[in-house]
Design a protein. Structure first.
Length: 335
């Protein structure tokens, strides 16, 4: 691929998917796309807790940490305005990922966090980690993750589940290899046979949301989310996509309304980051799940996932010292 096209896209998808960071071609076309991105995306007005409650990041630390959240703004009774204003909501985040970009910008590391992980939520005691959104909105969710790893979050991105449908359709489908045959549990009863699948629209959405058909439930759902996201990254970094202005515009135009970012992240920030990562390939994107200590039952009878304290400590240290690539390379992940 010609070198100049590598300024094309860096993908950032969140939770039930990754959110995209648009990094585009040059000239007036870039300006048009940037304006479209800024006008259509939403801003999380208060994404972060008070600075006095946050870890201190070394001024020499050039790495970046993104908290990626998958939410369903269209769900009955959900309070979108509360989420974007930073307040509590009646809704939990169904998917959560921590994305780390090292200072040398030579890779992207995306770690899924199981939604039923039993952990401390500041000021609220122990809960499943996805309850942080309901108890205190995005700021409390950020504070919970920062407290767990003693590491500062630089940016927050949320994607509405409906954005998955638009993204997969704009790309003309996303090709994934499915390992376990299953049917969706909605009234459409989509069939997902073993083998290569081209997913788009609602069929793609159900692929990343289903958990009930699987013996290990959420673990397989997370694996499917990671598989889908990696396929999206591969497709968006392909020559056919990067050299096709119509496809690029379609993706930005259709997906942007379903994206929300903290007020420090806009198209200019995205473009700057993308230029730093112009040589990114899909092989440089690593995805895994935060190791856990198995399942259990809380004192009040909830089915929960237990923390692996050593893994959390090791990951926190790797994030703070910008040695995350070494940690991932030297760790065997079971889920």
């Amino acid at each position: 691929m010609p070198r100049k096209t590598r300024t094309g896209f860096v993908v950032l998808m969140a939770a039930i998917a990754v959110v995209l960071i648009a990094v585009l071609s040059a000239g007036g076309y870039l300006l048009s796309l940037a304006n479209n991105f800024d006008k259509k995306t939403q801003t999380i007005a208060s994404a972060f807790p008070d600075e006095s409650l946050r870890p201190v990041k070394s001024p020499n630390d050039g790495s970046l940490n993104f908290l990626l959240l998958g939410v369903d703004h269209g769900a009955e009774g959900s309070q979108t305005s509360d989420m974007l204003s930073g307040g509590g909501t009646d809704q939990r985040s169904d998917s959560m990922m921590l994305m780390h970009i090292p200072a040398d910008r030579q890779g992207v590391y995306v770690m899924s966090i199981m939604r039923d992980l039993w952990t401390d939520i500041p000021g609220q005691g122990k809960h499943k980690i996805n309850a942080a959104m309901a108890l205190g909105g995005v700021p409390l969710t950020v504070q919970t993750i920062e407290g767990m790893f003693d590491t500062k979050i630089d940016h927050v991105a949320m994607i509405d589940f409906d954005g998955f449908k638009e993204l997969s359709t704009a790309l003309g489908g996303v090709k994934v290899h499915n390992d376990i045959e299953f049917w969706s549990t909605d009234n459409k009863k989509y069939h997902y046979p073993v083998g290569e699948l081209n997913l788009k629209g609602n069929q793609a959405l159900r692929f990343v949301r289903e958990r009930k058909p699987f013996i290990d439930g959420d673990y397989q759902r997370v694996r499917n989310q990671q598989k889908f996201i990696k396929a999206v990254v591969t497709e968006m970094l392909s020559k056919d996509t990067l050299t096709n202005p119509a496809t690029i515009f379609e993706v930005i135009d259709k997906v942007s309304p379903y994206l929300s970012f903290d007020d420090g992240f806009d198209s200019a920030t995205a473009a700057g980051l993308g230029l730093q990562m112009k040589n990114l390939r899909s092989s440089n994107v690593e995805m895994f799940t935060l190791p856990t200590a198995g399942t259990g039952t809380s004192a009040d009878g909830q089915s929960i996932i237990l923390r692996d304290e050593q893994a959390i400590a090791d990951i926190g240290n790797a994030l703070r010292t910008d040695t995350f690539s070494e940690y991932v390379a030297n760790t065997t992940f079971t889920h």
